[in-house]
Design a protein around this ligand. Structure first.
Ligand SMILES: C[S@@+](CC[C@H](N)C(=O)[O-])C[C@H]1O[C@@H](n2cnc3c(N)ncnc32)[C@H](O)[C@@H]1O
Length: 203
């Protein structure tokens, strides 16, 4: 079994229990706070990459206006099913797809937000190139976690199995990956309480 398949199986199996591991309201509050410093236009087309059970998707429905859209992407069909039953909003389109192969048009997206999913992508450069492709010129990519990098990596190591070696790199190293794909990196936060890397697609 290849590593993508074993990760997919892992997350499909986790889908029914994921919301029990976290306090959803606390997560959504932390997301609202993290996004309060980001100027999101009400009419944007936003991708929630690695949407899981839809915590960020739900917060984005609060932020966007009637003309905004959210494409919520996850390679786990089971995660998407949980999310679809929680977040019922006509502005959300659900998509089962891999981060490195997105069935989305070139330059069609204003913003990609990847919350708590980046360490699981086996080829981060391939994912970054794909996100660069789908973003419009001036579009933004945000890679976001609401815990420290050390704590996230410790959790993955402790869980072991399919995700045991999934590592969130330092913000500095991730910024290098984004720059190599053409992003202009404008935020690098890697502290005891937060992790955020953001880049703009410049052409
Ligand atoms: C730790 S969960 C976080 C889910 C959600 N963002 C949240 O915080 O509640 C990571 C998510 O990323 C998804 N994922 C992992 N690798 C992926 C890939 N290569 N392409 C798309 N989704 C992926 C998993 O299926 C899972 O739903």
């Amino acid at each position: 079994m290849d590593s993508t398949q074993s990760r997919q199986d892992y997350f499909n199996d986790l889908s029914g229990r994921w919301d029990g591991f976290t306090d959803g309201e606390r997560v959504r509050m932390a997301l609202r706070k993290a996004l309060s410093t980001v100027s999101i236009d009400q009419e944007e087309h936003v991708v929630d990459l690695g949407c899981g059970t839809g915590n960020l998707t739900s917060v984005l429905t609060e932020i966007l206006g009637p003309g905004g859209t959210i494409t919520a992407v996850d390679f786990s069909g089971a995660m998407i099913e949980v999310a679809r039953n929680k977040v019922r909003d006509p502005r959300v389109r659900w998509l089962v797809a891999d981060a490195a192969r997105l069935p989305l048009e070139d330059a069609s997206i204003d913003r990609v937000i990847c919350f708590s999913a980046w360490p699981h992508f086996p080829d981060p450069s391939a994912a970054a190139r794909e996100l660069f492709r789908i973003l419009r010129p001036g579009g933004m990519l945000h890679i976001l976690h609401i815990n420290s990098r050390e704590s996230i990596n410790a959790v993955h190591g402790g869980v072991g199995g399919a995700i045991g070696h999934d590592v969130l790199p330092s913000a500095r190293d991730l910024a290098g990956v984004l720059r190599a794909c053409g992003f202009d990196v404008c935020e690098e936060v890697d502290t005891d309480t937060a992790y955020r890397v953001a880049g703009e697609k410049v052409v």
